[in-house]
Design a protein around this ligand. Structure first.
Ligand SMILES: CC(C)(COP(=O)(O)OP(=O)(O)OC[C@H]1O[C@@H](n2cnc3c(N)ncnc32)[C@H](O)[C@@H]1OP(=O)(O)O)[C@@H](O)C(=O)NCCC(=O)NCCS
Length: 146
């Protein structure tokens, strides 16, 4: 049976917990992923007390093993910029298409106060899931990399 768990800033997550989540995300984000050190930075931002605006993690577990994970960061801003940014979501490649991603997203939407931004590549099938949940793309994201 799949259990949904949440970790917030007040849970004092240990390095080992964050490391396990980062390893899972690194393995299962595949081509949509980032280097593990960047994933750890995002987890530190979400879960370390007092350092940043915070955030939370949603996990799906089966028999204690992570089969899905989502990391949300709070932006510290509101109104003119969405309050939250969904940085990572992945479901174990062997468990996809069974509704786990949808359940994790539902929990994250419930937990987040305010609007949620995310970015997704145009060719990623995850776009369909986001659209089904009500995400729209009014803006074209542009970046200047320095
Ligand atoms: C996106 C992801 C988290 C969805 O998890 P999931 O458990 O398969 O999602 P659900 O079963 O709840 O929903 C499946 C929906 O997601 C979409 N989807 C995206 N990738 C899929 C995949 N590899 N297999 C099946 N469905 C996929 C389908 O369009 C489906 O929509 P539908 O139900 O309207 O047909 C998962 O596919 C994943 O980990 N992908 C790789 C990492 C990734 O792309 N992350 C997002 C970066 S922006």
């Amino acid at each position: 049976m799949i259990k949904i768990e949440t970790i917030t800033t007040i849970d004092n997550a240990t390095f080992l917990q964050k490391n396990e989540i980062a390893d899972f995300l690194f393995d299962h984000l595949g081509k949509y992923g980032d280097p593990k050190e960047d994933i750890m930075k995002c987890l530190d931002y979400a879960l370390d007390q007092n350092l940043h605006a915070g955030g939370f993690v949603v996990l799906a577990k089966e028999n204690g093993k992570i089969v899905g994970a989502l990391v949300m960061n709070k932006t510290g801003m509101s109104g003119y910029i969405p309050e939250n940014i969904l940085v990572y979501i992945a479901v174990d490649a062997s468990h996809r298409g069974k509704g786990i991603g949808g359940k994790i997203m539902d929990m994250a939407i419930k937990m987040a106060n305010g609007a949620i931004a995310l970015h997704v590549e145009a060719d990623n099938p995850a776009k369909k899931l986001y659209e089904r949940l009500g995400f729209t793309n009014k803006y074209l994201e542009m970046r200047l990399t320095k």
